[in-house]
Design a protein around this ligand. Structure first.
Ligand code: UDP
Length: 369
């Protein structure tokens, strides 16, 4: 019988689902037909209210940045995180036990910060190996690091250092990179050919607000449209249908393409010339693999703050605090080809295109492969 791997994620943003899909795809490539995989949005289906509404609450709550920052920081120390985990366990225990009972597995993998304390505890006397794959890049929350995990897989050395400071032994941590779809490494067609296939005209600015179309995407699109820059603009609105409608209805003056949620990010990103994004870890890691200069226009306080510095310190991109600054950043990259090429090369230097496959191997190892 195939060994069973249960992945726990949640649709709080698009990153946890994308990372989980990436690992599952990599497992299929590395070990065809050897594992049976299941992915569960544990917050939606196995949490008491109000936690079960997290996927719906995430976009509006993350817009309230000062409040988000305070609540993120208030639980982000070793003692505070431990206290919170202890206090919340009685409230979460039943749902977690039901989850484990209804989805028996040989290995449980968490791809979300909120599963890491409760699940190892709820496994009780017959635990199976439990692995956490951390999908925030640098300023990682204390909730990611549970002493109950057998292995914690991290995207960067900075994230590992954070674990060391929180008391996790080095032997329980491996830095393997951010899991992104193996399709990014496997899309080899030349940029011009990809552009032609999409009906795009060069140079193309690709504008994305994560999986949920978050941040001031509409205002940024409008500013680029009004800038008279010699670019075309592709806007990906993700699951935000209102944004899709608003952006589609702009009075367009430049060549443009507006999309809803797409499963073709590898093709889109390999075809683009400049990437404008909120500082999501998935999007940034994908941009590295595609060798794109990154203009970041928004950042979730706490978990995404470190991503901005990570990109800036390595000259792989620029921070643009408002739509006008985004336009200026694009102007700079369009007018100064050397700067654009240098930034694209710096971005490529940070790429870990095989991270998902390495993570798949580390998981298989937990199952004795
Ligand atoms: N994404 C996608 N289709 C879309 C928009 C986004 O597949 O239409 C993916 C994107 O490629 C990335 C993820 O959603 O893998 C977004 O993750 P990120 O960490 O950047 O931000 P989040 O949405 O989690 O805040």
């Amino acid at each position: 019988m195939a060994q069973r791997i249960l992945f726990l994620f949640s649709d709080t943003g698009g990153g946890h689902r994308a990372a989980t899909n990436a690992i599952i795809d990599a497992l299929k490539l590395e070990y065809p037909h050897e594992f049976e995989t299941t992915m569960i949005d544990f917050l939606r289906y196995y949490s008491p209210p109000p936690l079960q509404y997290s996927p719906e609450l995430y976009p509006p709550l993350s817009k309230m940045k000062p409040m988000w920052k305070v609540s993120y920081e208030s639980m982000n120390g070793p003692r505070r995180a431990r206290a919170m985990n202890r206090l919340s366990y009685p409230y979460l225990r039943k749902s977690a036990e039901r989850l484990i009972k209804e989805h028996p597995a040989d290995l449980i993998v968490s791809v979300h910060p909120l599963a890491n304390s409760v699940i190892p505890r709820a496994m009780g006397r017959n635990p199976v190996p439990f692995v956490t794959v951390v999908t925030d890049m640098v300023t990682t929350h204390a909730f990611w690091y549970s002493p109950g995990a057998d292995l914690i897989i991290l995207p960067t050395q900075q994230a590992k250092n954070r674990g060391l400071r929180l008391g996790i032994p080095a032997s329980k941590m491996q830095v393997l990179g951010q899991p992104v779809s193996p399709a990014f490494a496997e899309t080899h067609a030349p940029k011009e050919e990809l552009k032609r296939g999409l009906g795009w005209e060069a140079p193309v600015v690709l504008l994305v607000g994560g999986g949920d179309g978050m941040g001031p995407v509409r205002r940024v699109a409008r500013a680029i449209n009004n800038s008279e820059l010699p670019v075309s603009l592709a806007v990906i609105c993700g699951r935000n249908e209102e944004l899709f409608k608003d952006v589609s209805e702009l009075k367009w003056k430049i060549p443009h393409h507006v999309y809803g949620f797409t499963s073709e990010m590898p093709r889109f990103m390999k075809a683009a010339d400049i990437f404008v994004t909120k500082a999501g870890p998935g999007s940034i890691s994908e941009a590295f693999i595609c060798g794109l200069p990154i203009v970041m226009y928004a950042c979730l306080p706490g978990q995404e703050t470190g991503n901005v510095d990570y990109v800036l310190d390595r000259n792989a991109g620029m921070w643009a605090a408002d739509p006008d600054s985004v336009v200026e950043a694009i102007r700079y990259l369009v007018e100064d080809e050397t700067a654009r090429i240098e930034m694209a090369q710096a971005s490529t230097q940070l790429a870990r295109p095989h991270a998902a496959r390495q993570i798949a191997r580390a998981l298989a190892q937990q199952l004795g492969r």
